[in-house]
Design a protein around this ligand. Structure first.
Ligand code: AMP
Length: 349
């Protein structure tokens, strides 16, 4: 989607992806190698003007190797913070951004003490390499804690207090090389089985105070990191309070609605930012919904028969639990949008 946004601007792309059937191979030069393969990294970097990433588990050392010889945006420091849930939460707290209470856990005895301090229910998560709800377990009782410890294994973990949130939101912002920051309207997200199912933007029934709080916190984060590009921060809303859960130092699934629903998509703005070009307006064009197509490919003709539906398929083989594409809907009328979204969810979810 970055390449598709960049071609109209006259840009050219090369991708490094360890998967032989990465969708990027259909669009541009694809170097198929491990991210930590130094020789491949060097071949990849040859002749490039700028490097970016859209996967947060790219090894920090690889990003730093490239950053020592060419511009890499966002700065690999953002990867470093985002790859460790403990550092990430400490980073938020150091900036005065609220989070769930948390404690590091590296042994069964530490887990006991953390449960003591945080209380139950709580969520036990791996510090590294968890995504889409993988590598985590909700703990209701001390017996749950013991079995979660066994399941997640003898690893560096974090215990977080369970947040009784009203809803999940995300804030997306873009910061240019000159330090200009623009924020997209807040997005409401619904997850199922740890995967994002759908997003609504702008988030319905949102007070201006909550939007302002989100804008302030994302601005603090990008300033602190000297960040360049698009960032997403996932938030829990409890009343008028926002708690930061995690950040994604890249374009984000909850920003896919911007393809048709915003003046400038997150993909185009990310490219504009990393190239030092003027940023585009982040205003919404109406009400948007985005629904992920997960596991099985839908009937294309059926989907396209729904007025206003825009289908984006990623060219991936179908597999249970895999995000294969998404549909966006834009409408000037919120109730009509919700009606059409209901139709899509009923027939194609
Ligand atoms: P994460 O991998 O941290 O994004 O977590 C995946 C999903 O689990 C989130 O989108 C929430 O729905 C839920 N979740 C994660 N952490 C918590 C928490 N501390 N309290 C309540 N729900 C949580």
């Amino acid at each position: 989607m970055l390449a598709l946004a960049g071609y109209p601007l006259g840009l050219r792309f090369r991708f490094l992806d360890p998967s032989p059937d990465a969708p990027t191979g259909q669009l541009a030069d694809h170097i198929c190698a491990k991210y930590a393969d130094n020789e491949a990294l060097d071949a990849f970097a040859r002749g490039l003007a700028v490097v970016t990433y859209e996967f947060e588990n790219v090894p920090v050392a690889s990003a730093r190797r490239l950053a020592s010889r060419m511009p890499v945006h966002p700065d690999p420091r953002a990867l470093d913070v985002a790859q460790d849930r403990l550092r990430e939460k400490q980073f938020f707290q150091d900036l005065g951004i609220a989070t769930a209470p948390f404690e590091p856990v590296a042994s069964a005895a530490e887990l006991d003490r953390a449960v003591e301090r945080i209380g139950l229910p709580a969520v036990l998560k791996t510090r590294r390499e968890g995504y889409d709800g993988k590598g985590q377990s909700v703990v209701h009782t001390r017996a749950d804690a013991a079995s979660a410890w066994t399941t997640l294994g003898d690893r560096q973990l974090i215990l977080e207090g369970f947040v009784p949130f009203e809803r999940e939101l995300s804030v997306l912002a873009v910061r240019g090389r000159d330090g200009a920051v623009l924020t997209y309207p807040l997005v409401e997200n619904e997850h199922r089985d740890g995967l994002l199912r759908r997003s609504l933007a702008p988030a319905p029934d949102l007070s201006t105070a909550v939007q302002a709080t989100a804008e302030t916190l994302v601005a603090q984060v990008v300033e602190a990191l000297g960040y360049v590009g698009v960032i997403a921060i996932e938030l829990f809303q409890v009343g008028e309070t926002l708690l930061a859960n995690e950040m994604a130092p890249r374009v984000h699934n909850s920003g896919h609605w911007t393809l048709e629903g915003a003046e400038t998509s997150q993909f185009e703005n990310h490219l504009r930012a990393i190239l030092g070009l003027p940023l585009g307006a982040t205003t919404a064009r109406g009400y948007s919904a985005m629904m992920n197509l997960i596991g099985t490919l839908p009937d294309l003709a059926g989907l396209l028969a729904i007025p206003g539906a825009h289908v984006h398929l990623y060219g991936k083989a179908a597999r249970p639990g895999r995000k294969l594409g998404h549909v966006t809907l834009v409408d000037g009328d919120r109730s009509r949008l919700v009606e059409r979204l209901g139709e899509i969810e009923r027939d194609f979810a």
